[in-house]
Design a protein around this ligand. Structure first.
Ligand code: C5P
Length: 235
């Protein structure tokens, strides 16, 4: 399994890009339309950071967080009440707790630790099951699934990404300031692009899609036609 990046006969659509580019929303919808599984790799880094906090481990203690990440007790389930995704960490519902900006920043810190990235590889490969996988992250096309037949780099200006996140948080009834969101996004972009292991970057073999002036339906249309062209898969 190690050399094959999981089950190499199963097609992967790798979607990478900076935070807030819409990878999660779009990736989930695409997976649903194709009948593929979906991997939210960012959730694994968020869970590692949250587990470290719960256990009182410093975010700089690479050895302990690496061990924690290798043995994360996580269950991805469906909420019986509404069918939404439910994430349990050591039996506790952390579906919302991992989505805060603070947890995103902490995730970005632990994601810079090589032993954490290594520890999460096999867990990510296990998502590669027939008939296919849509994988969302920062290094899906470069490290985790370099053999993916379709790689996409989804991006948008930092301002557009901050505005979208702001709207999402407002909808959920939160009280947030857009300039704080923009500053968190910029800080996370820098951390993700400048780290030495698996830095975020657009690969030469990825299709670059700038979603600044596109709505979700337009991005999905673009992706489904790419799937048809590159993989011969129709939705
Ligand atoms: O995608 P999401 O915002 O949930 O990711 C949280 C953080 O996890 C990112 O800022 C990034 O540092 C890290 N991450 C990563 N590699 C991935 C997915 C996420 O380094 N494949």
């Amino acid at each position: 399994m190690t050399e094959d990046f999981g089950n190499s006969t199963v097609p992967v659509i790798a979607i990478d890009g900076p935070s807030g580019a819409g990878k999660g929303t779009i990736g989930r919808r695409l997976a649903e339309e194709l009948g593929f599984a979906f991997l939210d790799s960012g959730a694994l880094y968020r869970l590692s950071a949250l587990a470290a906090t719960h256990h009182g481990i410093s975010l700089e203690d690479e050895e302990s967080i690496g061990t924690l990440a290798a043995h994360l007790d996580v269950q991805f389930r469906s909420n019986p009440e509404n069918g939404d995704g439910l994430i349990l960490l050591e039996g506790e519902d952390v579906t919302h707790a991992i989505r805060t900006e603070a947890c995103g920043l902490a995730a970005s810190k632990v994601a810079a630790l090589p032993s954490v990235r290594q520890a999460l590889l096999e867990r990510q490969w296990a998502f590669r099951e027939a008939p296919g996988l849509v994988a969302d992250g920062r290094d899906m096309g470069s490290v985790v699934f370099p053999d993916a037949p379709l790689k996409v780099y989804l991006t948008a200006t930092a301002e557009a990404r901050a505005q979208r996140r702001y709207n999402q948080l407002l909808e959920k009834g939160g009280t947030v300031k857009i300039d704080e969101i923009l500053s968190d996004i910029t800080q996370r972009d820098e951390q993700d692009q400048q780290r030495t292991v698996a830095p975020l970057r657009a690969l030469p073999d990825a299709v670059l899609i700038d979603t600044t002036d596109m709505n979700i339906d337009q991005v999905i249309d673009k992706l489904t036609s790419l799937c048809q062209e590159r993989l011969g898969i129709a939705t």
